[in-house]
Ligand binder design. Structure first.
Ligand SMILES: NC(=O)c1ccc[n+]([C@@H]2O[C@H](COP(=O)([O-])OP(=O)(O)OC[C@H]3O[C@@H](n4cnc5c(N)ncnc54)[C@H](OP(=O)(O)O)[C@@H]3O)[C@@H](O)[C@H]2O)c1
Length: 279
């Protein structure tokens, strides 16, 4: 499954939608000088520019106080030129991450990290869903992987990948099993999966002999190895899987594409073209 190709297609679709919305804006907030975070922010800004979305860069010093950060978030909440607000994680240790994420307006929560966004997904009325699980579902749809009545196994239960991916697969009428570090007999569960999502962060958690022949395998893992970036699934699993995502070039590129989609969704909420639940 070619995530780079699908991401390019989605980014081009977003670029045609943006002019119909007047202007669309995404504000990013970065606190401190973490080099990896700076790269992520730069990529998000480039993707916005390419799609015609205004990107507003708020880069604050590492010693910024929690109150100052909350003040900035409040200003962005009130600013009509800002459709989406993205607070880059991790925040410095002296800042309560949960408190900052809860301060973002649920209508602008394009990362889907606000408890209200998580709750809407739980209630089967999703508003903003985190971009990585959305990317997983877009890949499965693009490659016409049947989900209804199928056995889906998600390895990992984080709030940004595993849990929302499991809820989305459940919404698509798959029968979902969630595995984690205490799961006994991981191989037994994986061996039954028609659709496998590996979101662990450990190379080689899934080996070729575990994978059910003909299944769809989504490898979310991004692990640094001597040979470069690798996923959670051994690459030779491709010999038995029906379809599989490569690392890099699978789920990775989808994440930014789906962030842009979420930003367009936020503009649609602002313009009343989409009804925000409870509004
Ligand atoms: N491609 C992308 O755009 C993208 C986006 C986000 C994340 N990622 C990558 O995806 C991976 C997962 O990210 P995350 O944020 O979800 O990580 P995380 O918060 O560390 O969660 C990892 C999950 O894996 C489980 N786990 C750990 N060891 C296991 C084992 N041996 N067997 C079964 N389950 C095990 C953990 O179980 P417990 O809950 O029991 O601890 C946990 O639920 C990372 O490599 C990350 O870099 C990629």
């Amino acid at each position: 499954m070619d995530g780079a190709a699908l991401a390019a297609k989605i980014r081009a679709e977003v670029a045609t939608e943006v002019p119909q919305l007047g202007s669309v804006g995404l504000a990013t907030v970065l606190v401190g000088d973490d080099p990896a975070s700076e790269i992520y922010i730069r990529r998000k800004h480039e993707a916005c520019r390419e799609a015609g979305i205004e990107a507003y860069d708020h880069h604050l010093p590492a010693e910024t106080s929690e109150d100052d950060l909350l003040r900035l978030v409040a200003e962005l909440n009130a600013d009509d030129s800002v459709d989406g607000i993205l607070v880059q994680l991790p925040l410095p240790d002296h800042i309560d991450e949960g408190r900052v994420l809860r301060a973002v307006s649920p209508r602008k929560d394009v990362d889907g990290f606000h408890p209200a966004s998580a709750g809407q997904l739980y209630l089967d009325e999703p508003t903003f869903v985190p971009a990585t699980p959305l990317g997983i579902m877009a890949l499965l749809e693009e490659y016409r992987v049947p989900l209804e009545g199928k056995r889906a196994v998600v390895i990992g239960r984080s709030t940004i990948v595993g849990k929302p991916a499991a809820l989305l697969l459940l919404r698509a009428n798959a029968t979902v099993t969630v595995c984690h570090s205490r799961t006994a007999d991981l191989a037994e569960h994986v061996g039954r999966a028609d659709v496998l999502v590996a979101a662990v962060g450990k190379a080689g958690v899934v080996t070729k002999d575990m994978v059910r022949p003909g299944s769809a395998v989504i490898d979310v893992g991004m692990n640094r190895a001597e040979a470069g970036l690798c996923g959670d699934v051994d690459p030779d699993a491709a010999e038995v899987a029906g379809v599989i995502t490569p690392v890099p070039g699978g789920v990775g590129p989808m994440t930014i594409a789906m962030l842009l989609r979420n930003t367009v969704k936020a503009a649609n909420y602002r313009l009343g073209r989409l009804a925000f639940p409870g509004a």
